[in-house]
Unconditional design. Structure first.
Length: 87
């Protein structure tokens, strides 16, 4: 039986299986984007598919802390739109 890896949502802190969460990645070029495949190279962070979790992560600046960079408002808007559409 294969073990399913678990990850923690950076918004609410809930631990879930990797497949239940959305991966956000900072690529080697410094670009922040959604990783729908879960296989893009770079630093990754996981978040639930709920807008409340994204709002918590934005308010507490957890994405900026995780990726050690300033994140533009346009990136947050793009993430909000994607999550609201239901990835």
């Amino acid at each position: 039986m294969k073990k399913i890896p678990s990850r923690t949502c950076i918004g609410c802190g809930t631990q879930k299986s990797k497949t239940e969460l959305i991966r956000i990645v900072k690529t080697q070029s410094g670009e922040i984007k959604l990783d729908k495949t879960g296989k893009l190279p770079g630093r990754g962070a996981y978040i639930c598919d709920k807008s409340e979790c994204l709002n918590l992560a934005i308010r507490s600046k957890k994405l900026e802390k995780t990726f050690e960079t300033k994140i533009e408002e346009s990136v947050y808007e793009s993430l909000k739109n994607t999550i609201n559409q239901g990835v």
